[in-house]
Design a protein around this ligand. Sequence first.
Ligand code: GLY
Length: 387
Amino acid sequence: MSDTPTARPASDLPRYDVAVLGGGVAGLSIAWRAARAGLSVAVVDPAPGTGATHASAGMLAPVSEVTYTEEPLLRLGLASLAAWPGFRAELEEDSGVAIDHRADGTIEVAGSADDMAVLDELGAFETALGLRVERLTGRECRALEPMLAPSVRGGLLARDDAWVNPRLVVRALLTALSRAGGAVVLDRAVAITPSGGGDLRVRRESGEEIHAGRVVVAAGARSPELLDGLPGAPDTPVRPVKGQILRLRGPRGFLTRCVRGLVHGTPVYLVPRGDGEITLGATAEELGFDQRVTAGGVYGLLRDARELVPGVTELELTETTVGFRPGTPDNLPLIGPAGPPGVVAATGHHRAGVLLAPITAETVVALLTGAPVPEVARSCDPGRFLP
Ligand code: GLY
């Protein structure tokens, strides 16, 4: 960390207990909960809620997104899923904004016998982990979701999965944060530097600075730009994983649950909203910060979705979006002290940023206030990547 030669005295700068760099679902959740805990908070972001959160489908789906060898992530996801109803109730109450939280489960379906064999193995794994999943025949799948194709071979029902509209969550968080006295600074943070008395300064793209007791880096896939080079912070192992995602508009009730499917081995999901929107995702591409929506990406998503739900081709295509999941080598987030004293990372949430918002906020606010960190979040300590 090196100070800038032109820096103003710290006493002239706006000072907060906490500066949160990044206004996606993680940063805004942390800021709101910290403000509720009585801390003075500023979120620094040029356009809050327009990054990965804007693209995301908002699935709260630790059961149907479970992956072999990722049991710490599953435990974290289940803890956060359990926290969501309380988080949602307080968020809706503090903001007056309804976030379209639905807890009707996910139906995972297979388009071929091979895909069904993969799903059966997954179902056995989920059951062995103590998760609640039910094996369904093709007919039972269609009884639950009549828009499913006659060719669907069967599936699994994960009743405990839920989902929210992430854009409404952002709107609610911004309102709740403001009502709790938190500030939003519409600028990009570009550097963290030392200040007097153990405090930190955050330099902004505009050249202005703010002064904070603690700095939380919650800038998703852009977090390495702020953390790398700080003393005690080795290169941050967070990379962008590009996702292309579509939004369609159909009649309300077109689907009533989240539908996930495997089509010739490729995963696809459809997430229905109360207003008739269907979010259809998503590609997963290791292409750095490639912003392009590609013909192949859109074609592949629609082709695979049509195999499972033929009626999607009748819906209006209202939006194509690219987002960048902040991926890590073990797919677990980095939540905890990172680099010099006072800096906390809250990044690397990969495919589960919305799901993990409550547990992330609880963990970071515990670190900020000296409360015990939830046991389940100890696996997220960024120190696991220290040499
Ligand atoms: N959690 C869904 C995705 O990342 O595409």
